[in-house]
Design a protein around this ligand. Sequence first.
Ligand code: ADP
Ligand code: MG
Length: 333
Amino acid sequence: QVLNEYLDMKGNIRVFCRVRPMNVNENIGCARPVVATDSSNVFLKVARGNNKSYSFDKVFHPSSSQGEVFSEVEPVIKSALDGYNACIFAYGQTGTGKTFTMEGTRDFPGIVPRSIEALFEHALESNCTYLFTFSMLEIYLGNLKDLFVPQPKKPTDPRPPCLSVQMDARGGIEVENLVAIPVSDYNQALRLYKLGCRFRSTASTNSNLTSSRSHCMIRIKITCSDAPERRRESNKVWLVDLGGSERVLKTKAWGKRLEEGKAINLSLSALGDVINALQRKKPHIPFRNSKLTQVLKDSLGEDSKTLMLVHVSPKEEDLCETICTLGFAARVR
Ligand code: ADP
Ligand code: MG
C-alpha cells in the first residue's frame, strides 16, 4: 500500500540494492567487508578514507531475509492485477546473489516462487476472473530462445529457429511463437519453472559460471477474462535474472567467453540507457539497441512498474566491480 502510493507519486521505476552476506569460506579467511548500509544508502570503505556513498529507494542489509525483500516487491507484483505491466530485474556481478534473490533455494524461496504464489492468492481475493500463462526464455549471444522448446541434443542436430520480436498496431510487443502455457495454480507454474530452468543452454556443468552469460526471463501474462471494457486486455509480469555485469575486458576471457561477455555487457548498457532515458523523460527512448530492451519495450515506462534490484558483494577484492555496479544504479535512478 505504502509502496504503491509512493510509486504513483514518484514515477514508476524504483532501484533497490541488496548486499550479499560474506559466505562461510570468506569468513574463515577473515576478509573484512568493505560495504556498509543503512535503510537507503550503501557506503564503501575505500583506501585512504576516500569513502563513497550511494543512495537507493531501499537497501537490503546482508542479513535481510527473502521475506523482507519480497515484502517490498509484492506491491509491484500486485499492480499487475490492476492493469500495469511489471518488470523486476536482478542486476549485478556474477556471485552477488541474483539467482538467490530471484529463484532462491528450497529452504529460502526467492521472488519467482513467491510472486507466483502471491499472484494466485490475490487473484482469488479479487472479483475478477484472471487467466494466467507462463513462458520462459533466454537471451544468449543476442538471440531469443524459448525454454519450453527442446534444444538439440547433439551440435549437429537442427536447431529450432530463434524467436523474433513483433509490434502490433497498438504498440504492444509480442515475442513471436513464444510458448505460453496456461497455468491455474502455484504447483503447475512452479513445475514449469523448474522444467524451463533445466532447458537453459547454460544449465550444464559449471552452472554459476555459464548461467551468468545469458539473461533468463520469465513472463507471466495475466488476462482479466470478465472485464472487456478495460483499456488493455492483458498485462505482463517479467521476472529477469540478468547475465553477470562484470566487465569482460577486465577478465581474461577469450574466444567464446569473450563473445558471450561482450553480448551481456552490451545489452546491460542498452537496458541502462533505456531506464535512464525513461527516468529523465527524454523524448527518445533507445529501445532498439538490444534484444532485451526490444522484448520489454511495452513493459517499461508508462503503465508499467519497474524494480531494478542491484546486487553487490561485500568483499574487498570485488570493490572495482561493486563501484561499477553502483555507478550503473546511480545512472538508472
Ligand atoms: P549470481 O546469480 O549473482 O551469480 P548466486 O545467487 O548464485 O549469484 O549466489 C552466489 C552464492 O551466494 C550462492 O551460493 C548463494 O546461495 C549465496 N548467496 C547469495 N546471496 C545470498 C544471501 N542473501 N543469503 C545467503 N546466501 C546468499
Ligand atoms: Mg545466477
